[in-house]
Design a protein around this ligand. Structure first.
Ligand SMILES: CC(C)(COP(=O)(O)OP(=O)(O)OC[C@H]1O[C@@H](n2cnc3c(N)ncnc32)[C@H](O)[C@@H]1OP(=O)(O)O)[C@@H](O)C(=O)NCCC(=O)NCCS
Length: 179
């Protein structure tokens, strides 16, 4: 399943697969230490790092193993964040791992709360998934609150689940199962 052409209108926001032309905006987004604090990357410092992320996202979408959209207010050119599915598993289960991020200036305004229901509906609908998951680094309270507002349950703590930035990180696993 090739997902490279999948777009989504999420309320007032237009979601489009990350594309090469997004590199400069992505560098600004992931160059902010606050945005990547709980993510698996150091703040970006070079445009090639942004291009590598875009290539990773494109390959995921080509294989149907995931999908990462850019987020823009409808009718505006500026990228304000990204979201989508880091993984999609359709053979030994029907589940996907949601992921999202916003530029710091957009936090605390309900932007992701408007978008996430559309991503959830797309996962259960168009992708035919039965279970949605999210992995949250301990301490990322905004992400936990977002998930809990949208019907995800905290299912457990995965000790030393991730390794990045030179150390292990505990992660919380959240899940929401189709009705
Ligand atoms: C995770 C992240 C997207 C959450 O952003 P957020 O703005 O807190 O999430 P929401 O869109 O749900 O907005 C909720 C906030 O908007 C406020 N708000 C304003 N209008 C609102 C509305 N109409 N509906 C809901 N909330 C609204 C809420 O009060 C809340 O603010 P508060 O937490 O200061 O009280 C953001 O913190 C982020 O990008 N972090 C960096 C990347 C990251 O860590 N990603 C997650 C990896 S697991």
């Amino acid at each position: 399943m090739n997902l490279t052409r999948q777009t989504l209108q999420a309320g007032a926001y237009s979601l489009r697969p990350l594309a090469r032309g997004d590199a400069r905006d992505l560098l600004a987004l992931f160059g902010d230490p606050a945005v990547v604090q709980f993510m698996d990357i150091e703040p970006l410092t070079a445009i090639d790092q942004a291009r590598d992320i875009i290539d990773w996202a494109r390959e995921l979408a080509e294989r149907g193993d995931g999908l990462r959209w850019s987020i823009r207010r409808a009718g505006e050119g500026r990228l304000i964040g990204t979201c989508g599915f880091n993984t999609i598993e359709l053979e030994r289960g029907r589940r996907g791992e949601v992921a999202y991020d916003l530029a710091q200036a957009e936090w605390g305004r309900g932007v992701m709360s408007e978008i996430l229901p559309h991503v959830i509906a797309y996962g259960f609908g168009a992708l035919g998934l039965h279970r949605l998951e999210a992995m949250v680094t301990v301490g990322n309270g905004r992400s936990c609150a977002l998930l809990e507002r949208h019907g995800f349950q905290r299912e457990g703590l995965l000790r030393d689940h991730a390794w990045w930035k030179g150390r292990y990180w505990d992660q919380l696993i959240y899940g929401r199962v189709a009705d």
